[in-house]
Design a protein around this ligand. Structure first.
Ligand code: ZN
Length: 238
């Protein structure tokens, strides 16, 4: 009887060490796999040039939520988070603005401040040799039921369309949006000479989505979803 117990003990000890060994081996494999996924992810986008336009700023607050959240501030916050993620992966990032400013005093070509401000942003984008432009905005609509992050692309431009679809897929997978990428008749998209998208990160007119957007952790998820979409775009395109 004793002997049997000893045998059992020896076997269980053996099983115990085998289990530890198997766990360590699986752990190492997973670590290697995640490291290789990470490095292949970074390989797709390292050295790319991305120009980020945080929409509105300065005199122009953009949309406003019922509780006073300003679109220009959310746009800038998500733009900066995205800049950090991209910079870490070796992407060359150019920010059109990094503070609460507008560019309406940079030219005298148009009657309205808004038009002068946009013209400056378009000029900066066109003078850059960036691969893509990402213009970050937040949506607003009179009916409060509408919600969901959505991406719009430069009309009649296949690369812009692909970029918008990649970012939209990521929004749908990672943020639960059910929207589709659509062509967008935005001045900044119409007048740039590189692929570009306008990214509406959510509806400030929807109380639940405005609440989500007021949370820095959610804004990090938004930036991360844009980053994932961008990685997929370069992976498919190159
Ligand atoms: Zn806007």
């Amino acid at each position: 009887m004793r002997r049997k117990i000893r045998v059992y003990f020896v076997e269980s000890k053996h099983l115990y060490f085998t289990a530890i060994f198997v766990c360590l081996a699986i752990g190492c494999c997973l670590l290697n796999l995640s490291t290789s996924i990470l490095s292949s992810t970074i390989r797709e986008i390292r050295g790319k040039k991305v120009i980020i336009d945080a929409g509105h700023g300065g005199f122009d607050p953009g949309a406003k939520s019922a509780k006073g959240l300003l679109e220009k501030e959310l746009n800038l916050d998500v733009a900066k988070r995205l800049m950090r993620l991209l910079s870490k992966a070796g992407v060359k990032v150019m920010m059109i603005r990094e503070t609460d400013i507008d560019f309406s005093d940079r030219n005298e070509l148009f009657n309205t401040k808004k038009r002068r401000d946009l013209y400056y942003r378009i000029q900066i984008a066109n003078q850059s040799d960036a691969d893509v432009l990402l213009s970050i905005h937040a949506n607003s609509f009179p009916q409060i039921i509408y919600r969901g992050a959505q991406t719009f692309y430069k009309l009649n431009d296949e690369n812009s369309k692909l970029l918008a679809e990649c970012i939209q897929n990521s929004f749908n997978n990672n943020l639960g949006s059910t929207r589709k990428a659509r062509p967008g008749d935005y001045r900044i998209l119409n007048d740039i000479n590189l692929p570009g998208v306008t990214i509406e990160i959510g509806f400030l007119s929807n109380p639940q989505e405005a609440l989500l957007l007021s949370d820095p952790q959610y804004r990090e998820r938004v930036a991360d979803a844009i980053y994932t979409g961008l990685v997929n775009y370069f992976a498919i395109k190159d």
